[in-house]
Design a protein around this ligand. Structure first.
Ligand code: AMP
Length: 458
């Protein structure tokens, strides 16, 4: 147990750490912060949940000088969802440093507003490689003053084909900078990138101690291709709470989600072909518990910020063992027990053999006896989402929605779930049975003294 106060960091950062309630450093922080604060390059094998964001967040906030109006820290992330999460985390850590300017720059978002907000260089940029590269190329972003470069989830960025963009970005920023590389897995490609872009890095690998390791139980079921959906329904039915289902292909994601929906599950699809707005909506609904089963591709699932998923199912076995490891790592987080189920057709057996070879232990194959479904069972999520056509641009805040719901609409606070506010829309989760009452109440009454359009999702 090492306290943050042992670190040579700004008092303002210590104050933030205290406000956030971090009593002691996580193992990744204990190992990576001292060399980072020394200015060393660091390569850390760290999973989501390890506290890696706070580690590099503190490292870069310590390095920047707020009085110098220049871009000084750049964080590259594979997806917009992750970039948003990282931005939020850094903002919290920076809460006690006045005037820190942080900008999130991601692809899939219109360029105009980004250009408008770049009239003055921010101190920190968090973004996806393609878009950051574009701004550097256009000259709307200046990399000459960058002191710290962070590559977050570097393995995923490589998987997503961002290698060239990253190399190009590095060619456009200050020669002398510190590079902090975080990756959940450690394939040869990552080693190669590290060798290319880092200078004598300190290597941090953190094995969770055996007694702290969340218990993830794995089960492998061999199923006939024609019985896959029945097998999936059956394993999902055994679990009342949430589940994440992985498919290898986008079109399968849609088909599986539709079929689950038809079978009475609150199921939604998530993949990269979807409009950003639809993806946001799906992530909101899964996080606020109005979706019980999320069917996703591996890449799309990266943005999920769900602390502990009780169940992860590979509807298709992953193409490679690393992806399999990523998938099962989504369950049993935050010390909670989790179950990872893999469905495998006889033809997919070689992929299972690869996973077995990597694990070095026999896979836990279990027979799955398919029982005929008993009538129409329902697996509805406990909440339902209402969407309000007003958001930050209308200065709408969670308190306004809460106020309208507990006031005129007559709901109890306990029946109101997560509230998410976007630029032009807001989402609120309501206990399913009371969703109609809430909808009518909001339609009849006013929010912040105004009438806004409100509709249910799903
Ligand atoms: P990450 O691995 O960056 O996704 O962080 C996982 C979670 O751990 C986040 O919700 C952080 O707020 C939290 N966290 C990070 N550092 C600490 C710490 N030292 N003590 C307790 N929680 C932490």
């Amino acid at each position: 147990m090492t306290s943050f106060s042992t670190l040579p960091i700004k008092p303002a950062l210590l104050a933030s750490v205290e406000t956030l309630g971090y009593a002691a450093m996580t193992p990744v922080q204990t190992q990576s912060l001292p060399p980072m604060l020394d200015g060393r390059d660091v390569i850390a094998q760290a999973q989501t949940g390890s506290g890696k964001t706070a580690a590099f967040g503190l490292g870069l906030l310590q390095a920047i000088d707020v009085d110098t109006i220049r871009l000084q820290a750049l964080v590259l992330c594979p997806t917009r969802e992750l970039a948003d999460q990282v931005s939020k985390a850094i903002r919290k850590l920076a809460a006690n440093i006045p005037n820190v300017k942080l900008l999130t720059l991601c692809g899939g978002m219109p360029l105009g507003p980004q250009l408008a907000s770049l009239t003055h260089d921010p101190h920190i940029v968090v973004g996806t490689p393609g878009r950051v590269q574009e701004h550097l190329k256009r000259g709307s972003l200046h990399g000459g003053g960058i002191k710290v470069l962070v590559l977050d989830e570097a393995d995923r960025m490589l998987d997503m084909g961002f290698t060239e963009a990253i190399d190009d970005i590095i060619g456009r920023i200050a020669k002398h900078h510190q590079t902090l590389l975080f990756s959940a897995t450690y394939p040869d490609e990552i080693r190669a990138v590290s060798q290319r872009v880092q200078n004598d890095p300190v290597v941090v690998t953190v094995e969770a101690p055996a007694d702290k390791k969340p218990a993830i139980e794995q089960r492998f079921h061999e199923v006939d291709p024609a019985q896959k959906l029945d097998a999936l329904s059956q394993v999902l039915s055994g679990h009342a709470e949430q589940a994440l289902v992985f498919c290898n292909m986008r079109r399968e994601v849609d088909a599986v989600a539709q079929e689950l929906d038809r079978r009475g599950f609150s199921a939604l699809a998530l993949h990269g072909d979807m409009e950003q707005r639809d993806r946001d909506e799906v992530l909101v609904r899964f996080a606020n518990h109005s979706c019980a089963v999320l069917v996703a591709t591996d890449v799309a699932a990266r943005g999920l910020d769900i602390v502990a998923l009780p169940l992860v199912v590979s509807y298709d076995i992953a193409h490679d063992p690393e992806t399999h490891t990523h998938r099962i790592g989504r369950t049993g987080r935050a010390g909670q027990a989790g179950l990872a189920i893999t469905l495998c057709t006889p033809r997919e057996r070689p992929k299972a053999a690869n996973i077995e070879a990597l694990n070095g232990t026999p896979l836990p194959w279990r027979p799955l006896k398919l029982a005929p479904p008993r009538g129409k069972t329902l697996h509805l999520a406990p909440m339902k989402t209402l969407v309000i056509d007003a958001g930050r641009q209308d200065k709408l805040r969670p308190g306004d929605i809460l106020g309208a719901l507990t006031g005129d609409a007559g709901l109890a606070a306990k029946d109101i779930g997560k509230i998410d506010i976007f630029a032009t829309r807001a989402y609120v989760a309501i206990t399913r049975a009371l969703a109609n009452k809430a909808l009518e109440g909001l339609r009849a009454g006013k929010i912040k003294g105004r009438h806004f359009r409100v509709r249910p999702l799903g």
